[in-house]
Design a protein around this ligand. Structure first.
Ligand SMILES: NC(=O)c1ccc[n+]([C@@H]2O[C@H](COP(=O)([O-])OP(=O)(O)OC[C@H]3O[C@@H](n4cnc5c(N)ncnc54)[C@H](OP(=O)(O)O)[C@@H]3O)[C@@H](O)[C@H]2O)c1
Length: 274
């Protein structure tokens, strides 16, 4: 099959490309900046921008199946992008997002499953890579400061999202499915810090901040986008007020292998904290 991977330089897209290397499928990767992006030699690279659907249409020649995620802060162009994909490919795998206020996950799901070609939706829990927001603090010492330390989450490894996406892209039998993915455990943010410390061989500890203190800290962090600070803290407050996450076995059901733990994720990413 000929596969098109959008957001191919990202955490999930990069893992999909790595995992597809062993499968013998032809892979085309899309990035906004082909000169900067680094891919394995046998991956074809094309320029495309999801905010300009015509540029995506130009990448779809000869493509059978497409991996799509939505990194933009508005879903305005999402219907047009799904339309150009449905015109040229016969299968789409879409990792949905809670990050676009104008399209709920259910609306994204409705659009994808209604686009006229085989479709699979992936609904992931919080990404484990989000814990890299603490990397600077972990490099500087053994304390991680933040708000809502008691917030329980199930963090998912990007390799598990990719493994599910690869199955859905390359095998029959996933049309119409919505796969809700979680990691294998529920951990509070304070516990996440401890588990990352265990993987790194460090006595890491959480220190609770008030919301206002955490807000100031994130605004002062040059690597963290200011526009995302209140969105994140509001999201955490809402999650804390709601029920704790429910674990699913979908990663195991689809791929045959259990979801990777946070400890495994932190071991895989030890260099990112060094
Ligand atoms: N973090 C979470 O907890 C969470 C939970 C649920 C869903 N999600 C979804 O996952 C996404 C992040 O995925 P990720 O971690 O794999 O990505 P990432 O590592 O954050 O990288 C962003 C990717 O999006 C691409 N991109 C950005 N703007 C683009 C545009 N205008 N046109 C085309 N490509 C564009 C970038 O490609 P180039 O720069 O090379 O063009 C890059 O490959 C979020 O945006 C959200 O949709 C996240």
């Amino acid at each position: 099959m000929n596969l098109l991977i959008l957001a191919a330089t990202g955490n999930v897209g990069g893992q999909i490309i790595t995992q597809l290397q062993q499968t013998g499928h032809a892979v085309r990767a899309v990035t906004r900046d082909p000169d900067r992006a680094r891919f394995p030699a046998d991956v074809e690279v094309m320029r495309g921008d999801l905010s300009e659907p015509d540029t995506i249409a130009a990448c779809l020649n000869g493509i059978d199946a497409v991996f799509l995620l939505w990194p933009l802060h508005t879903g305005k162009q999402l219907p047009a992008v799904l339309e150009v994909i449905a015109r040229q490919a016969r299968r789409v795998v879409f990792l949905g997002t809670g990050g676009v206020p104008d399209f709920s996950f259910e609306e994204q799901e409705w659009l994808a499953h209604g686009c006229g070609i085989e479709s699979t939706m992936i609904r992931p829990s919080t990404f484990a890579v989000n814990t890299l927001w603490w990397a600077d603090q972990i490099r500087a010492g053994d304390i991680v400061e933040g708000a809502y330390g008691a917030l329980p989450m199930s963090l998912i490894h990007e390799a598990d999202m990719a493994a599910v996406a690869v199955r859905a892209l390359t095998e029959p039998g996933h049309d119409g499915a919505t796969y809700t993915l979680t990691g294998p455990e529920v951990l509070t943010q304070a516990d996440q810090v401890r588990v990352i410390g265990e993987a790194l061989g460090r006595p890491l500890r959480w220190r609770e901040l008030t919301r206002e203190e955490a807000r100031r800290r994130l605004l002062a962090d040059e690597t963290f986008p200011d526009s995302f600070v209140d969105v994140l803290l509001d999201g955490y407050a809402a999650m804390l007020a709601g029920p704790p996450p429910t674990l699913t076995t979908t990663v195991q059901d689809v791929t045959g292998a259990p979801a990777r733990s946070l400890r495994q994720w932190a071991t895989d990413h030890a260099a990112d904290f060094g």
